[in-house]
Design a protein around this ligand. Structure first.
Ligand SMILES: Cc1cc2nc3c(=O)[nH]c(=O)nc-3n(C[C@H](O)[C@H](O)[C@H](O)COP(=O)(O)O)c2cc1C
Length: 335
């Protein structure tokens, strides 16, 4: 079975659509598959970007991530990072041939090397070039049923840039606009800019998905109180820290209210052990680094003594890591 095509993506199951954010180095196919089978709750998993080079060629790692056999039965959306319409179109056709019905364009990546090449959030500084790019790609996709969404920041330096960008987005048939409510210079730390998000929301002709700092259940509830009209939310670091969060948001009570639940450490342990096994089978001892990166997001949520956390992060071998992780879960579960 191929990955979901547009027509295969299940009808909206929940009142609010929950999307898993693309996170390069973390939410690759192994993570997505384990997350979907252990927790689920995500209407879509956006894949970390692929960055087509000359002749739209992809790196081995990128090819593996988009391979249909690695995404079977999971509602995934590939993401393309480029400012070249020719490369975008060749890649989009290739993805369409693989069975994908929906793609996403990355206009948010803040990394220095990406921005200096005018890609990701670097593309936001050239509205005229961005318009010309959209003109070409939508012209090139005229005979295709591919859906294209855009993931954007509010600008490069100032959220005031967003008004001109919204005029461009509004002129093209994008399927939804995912707004990470920061500018590039904010990277991931500056508080999200909800006033500027509100302005973009008020002028958008497209469905809007909100992204940024929905780090826990309470943050999602606060956001929903302020913006009840936004019915699509994308979770990044909050989901990595708490993989059960999307499901918790998906499972509303009979009164349609979200219910806060304590962390299910047993389910989390099961997930983390399977994830580690899958990584080990795929990349051997390098699984250690993958697992430790994920733990940097999860550890602050664990109420266990600091030295235990330190031991886990400092483990040098996969076997040590497994012992420390088990000890940590044992402590958290019995606390
Ligand atoms: C390690 C890391 C990798 C990321 N990789 C991508 C990516 O490949 N594509 C993308 O559009 N955004 C990427 N992002 C941004 C996230 O998708 C998201 O927009 C950001 O983390 C803000 O959402 P959050 O506050 O829910 O985490 C990445 C973020 C981080 C921290």
């Amino acid at each position: 079975m191929l990955p979901y095509k547009r027509q295969d993506i299940p009808a909206q199951k929940f009142m609010t659509r929950i999307y898993a954010a693309p996170m390069e180095g973390i939410t690759g196919y192994i993570y997505r598959k384990e997350h979907a089978s252990h927790f689920g709750g995500c209407d879509r998993y956006f894949m970390p970007f692929i960055d087509p080079k000359d002749h739209a060629s992809l790196m081995k790692k990128e090819k593996k991530d988009i391979a249909p056999e690695n995404n079977t039965g999971i509602p995934v959306v590939p993401q393309i990072l480029t400012n070249r319409a020719d490369r975008f179109l060749t890649t989009a056709r290739m993805l369409e041939d693989l069975g994908y019905g929906e793609l996403n364009l990355n206009l948010g990546c803040p990394s220095g090397t990406v921005v200096s090449r005018g890609k990701g959030s670097g593309f936001l500084t050239s509205p005229d070039r961005l318009r010309a790019f959209f003109e070409k790609i939508f012209d090139g996709l005229a005979d295709s049923s591919l859906l294209l969404s855009v993931k954007t920041r509010l600008g490069m330096k100032s959220p005031e840039e967003m008004a001109a960008l919204m005029e461009i987005y509004n002129d093209y048939p994008i399927s939804e606009l995912i707004i990470h409510a920061r500018v590039r210079e904010d990277y991931y730390k500056h508080p999200v800019r909800l006033e500027a998000f509100q302005e973009a929301l008020s002028v958008s002709r497209h469905p809007i998905c909100y992204n940024g700092d929905l780090l826990d259940f309470e943050a999602v509830e606060r956001f929903r109180k302020r913006f009840p009209q936004v019915d699509r939310l994308m979770l990044g670091r909050g989901m990595i820290a708490e993989p059960g969060l999307p499901l918790q948001l998906a499972e509303k009570g009979p009164d349609q209210a979200w219910k806060a639940k304590p962390m299910d450490y047993l389910a989390l342990q099961d997930f983390m052990e399977d994830l580690c096994d899958r990584y080990e089978a795929e990349i051997g001892n390098n699984a250690l680094f993958k697992m430790k990166e994920i733990w940097t997001y999860m550890l602050p949520r664990f109420e266990v003594p600091g030295p235990m956390k330190k031991k886990l992060i400092k483990s040098r071998r996969l076997s040590d890591y497994r012992i420390q992780a088990r000890a940590l879960f044992f402590e958290a579960i019995s606390a």
